[in-house]
Write a protein that binds this ligand. Structure first.
Ligand code: ADP
Ligand code: MG
Length: 634
């Protein structure tokens, strides 16, 4: 044992303590994954070394074949993993094995409920990683040395997985990391060659470098123990280089967990090899669940980039648009240079054409999922729909394709679930309907009962109900789908086109003519509050409604802008009334100008409330209403 110096005890970051606790208590039914996680880390460490050594060959310290060795000691009840990858310095060990660097982790941890079933789902969004060692071990020793550092700069990190860990500086001759797991009592089944081999085959066959186990060689009686021999137990070739037909689903799934640091299987994947002017392979995955930090600006995104099998960088963002940032995967290019940088990627025209091809692959994969696995697509939409809605604004070239993938709530459903695609909508549109009707609002409860929908209910026309914050903004980028234009039913002078019969139109004109006097009176009474007053043909039950001017900002956008402290251009609504409503008839017959004024303002304010808007002068509304109530009861 070498001498340990500068020994200190440090506490784990709070989040690590929580994660450790959760892991130990909720993953007991799937203990063996610890090996997958540690091998995955060793493989990452070797990838990093291989890449850094391109520029600094001295890091290889005279070579040695890159590999991972797993060994065990039945008597001591230990399992040991050793890699000759990049290794860790003392500082690396303290930060990487003592904290979680991901932004938003603390927030995420607040969601833990204490209910182990629910929490073990949460862990899936997080990835388990190094700390999974403590599922089976009650003490973990890590001996490591960074490639290129002096032998005297090794580190020994040690912890019982409780509140703290120890670090000390040690001598370590070989670069890389050795991890010794002291198995908990009852977990000694893992100190077994056969068991370890099976776990490695099951989870880590796809790892591109050799994983070796000690060869069982029996020493003959009286003879000395023969020198240790090793054998490779995994396939040890990069998964994406193999032909699709030869790869089993399980292999694709395990590879996904390795590169995505995810705990669950992906929903779907797309594996391709492109040959010709550009040569590259890609393997793209659609995760089953949104990571907890999907909406965080600094959250990891992008693909793992390899150049001719050599790992070059993680999170290469230039290969996919932002609205597909949830896609995980690998691209392996034959055309790029090994010393390519992020800056170069941003400018390289090769990348542009790869990006558009990869984008198309993802959209195709989603189309296929929507068509063949509608239930799974629903799940996808729940997780990533909000992000997909950024698509039409970001990716003009694929606007139509993206629009086809969008899902909305509609007046046909009754729970507000976003399940209606535009193609479904058009397929069941009314005879003569050449528009896609939609209504935006704050909440589903509010739009569902909006007076704007009355005429559509009456005529049995489906209307899409859009209540996500992003929706109004989204619709400003969508003008048509499949040649049919979108119409906001709360906007402008609703024209139902062919859906209104000639008689309907004629009758509407006649009524409008007969109410010209009332229109004028209302204009005078409402004055500055309105842009226009007109007879409505979209109402059947409500007395009045406020329509938004064709060019004006909608309520949702206005509220978003106001909330962010921006100045919102003043716009006045159009007051439309329902001539058949008893209140309007009453109004029409009202002799007193004062009561006419009060009643029209009340109708105006009520229409604003029904649209989900707030009143400019709520006190005035209450005063007027109470005045009427008093008169009623007098
Ligand atoms: P992740 O792999 O998702 O980054 P882990 O918890 O699995 O998270 O590992 C944490 C970090 O510890 C790694 O990112 C790496 O920096 C470091 N690490 C773990 N194992 C090794 C290893 N065998 N060699 C070098 N560094 C390692
Ligand atoms: Mg890991």
């Amino acid at each position: 044992m070498s001498v340990e110096t500068q020994k200190e005890t440090l506490g784990f970051q709070t989040e690590v303590k929580q994660l450790l606790h959760l892991m130990i208590h909720s993953l007991y039914s799937n203990k063996e994954i610890f090996l997958r996680e540690l091998i995955s880390n060793a493989s990452d460490a070797v990838d990093k070394l291989r890449f850094e050594a391109l520029a600094k060959p001295e890091l290889l310290e005279g070579g040695a074949e890159l590999k991972i060795r797993v060994s065990f000691d039945k008597d001591a009840k230990t399992v040991t993993l050793e890699d000759n990858g990049i290794g860790m310095s003392r500082e690396d060990a303290i930060t990487h094995l003592g904290t979680i660097a991901k932004s938003g982790t603390a927030d995420f941890m607040k969601h833990l409920t204490g209910d182990q079933k629910k929490d073990s789902h949460l862990i899936g969004q997080f990835g388990v990683g190094f700390y999974s060692a403590f599922i089976v071990a009650d003490k973990v020793d890590v001996y490591s040395r960074r490639a290129g550092a002096a032998a005297s700069e090794g580190v020994h990190w040690s912890s019982k997985g409780e509140g703290d860990f120890e670090v000390a500086t040690i001598d370590k001759a070989e670069r890389g990391t050795r991890i010794v797991l002291h198995l908990k009592s009852g977990e000694d089944e893992f100190a077994d060659g056969w068991r370890l081999r099976n776990i490695i085959k099951k989870y880590s066959d796809h790892i591109a470098l050799p994983i070796e186990l000690p060869k069982e060689v029996a020493a003959a009686e009286g003879e000395e123990k023969p020198a240790q021999e090793w054998e490779t137990v995994n396939r040890a070739s990069a998964l994406w280089t193999r032909p699709r037909t030869e790869i089993k689903d399980e292999e694709y799934q395990e590879f996904y967990k390795h590169i995505a640091h995810d705990f669950e299987n992906p929903l779907s994947w797309s594996h391709n090899k492109v040959e010709g002017k550009l040569e590259y392979s890609s393997l793209l995955y659609l995760p089953a669940r949104a990571p907890f930090d999907l909406y965080q600006r600094e959250a990891p995104k992008g693909l793992k980039l390899y150049v001719q099998r050599v790992f070059v960088m993680d999170q290469a963002e230039s290969f996919l648009p932002l609205y597909l940032r949830f896609i995980k995967g690998v691209v392996d290019s034959n055309d790029l240079s090994l010393n390519v940088s992020r800056e170069i990627l941003q400018k390289d025209p090769i990348i542009d054409s790869m990006k558009s091809a990869l984008t198309k692959r993802v959209l195709d994969m989603l189309e296929k999922l929507a068509k063949n696995e509608p239930e799974q697509y629903k799940g996808f939409w729940k997780n990533f729909g909000q992000v997909m809605k950024e698509g039409p604004a970001e990716d003009f070239a694929n606007k139509e394709k993206i629009a086809g993938l969008l899902r909305f709530a509609s007046t046909l459903g009754d729970d507000g679930e976003q399940v209606v695609g535009l193609a479904d909508y058009l397929a069941r549109a009314k005879e003569g309907q050449d528009k896609i009707y939609y209504l935006t609002g704050e909440t589903y409860a509010q739009v569902k009962n909006s007076p704007h929908l009355e005429v559509f209910r009456k005529k049995g026309i489906e209307v899409l109900l859009l209540t996500d914050r992003i929706d109004e903004w989204l619709m400003s980028y969508l003008s048509e789908f499949d040649g049919k234009s979108f119409v906001d039913v709360a906007r402008g002078d609703l024209d139902l086109g062919n859906l209104d019969s000639e008689e309907d139109k004629k009758a509407a004109e006649e009524i409008a003519k007969s109410k010209e006097g009332l229109v004028e009176r209302l204009k005078t009474a409402l004055g500055e509050s309105v842009a226009e007053v007109r007879v409505s043909h979209r109402l059947t039950d409500s007395p009045a409604i406020l329509a938004i001017g064709e060019q004006d900002l909608g309520l949702q956008m206005r509220q978003i802008l106001e909330a962010s402290g921006q100045k919102v251009p003043d716009s006045k609504p159009i007051f439309e009334f329902n001539p058949a409503h008893p209140l309007i008839e009453k109004l029409d017959n009202e002799q007193s100008d004062e009561r006419f004024g009060d009643l029209s303002h009340i109708l105006f304010d009520q229409a604003a409330l029904a649209a989900g808007d707030s009143l400019k002068d709520p006190a005035a509304y209450v005063r007027r209403l109470n005045k009427l109530l008093v008169e009623l009861s007098a």
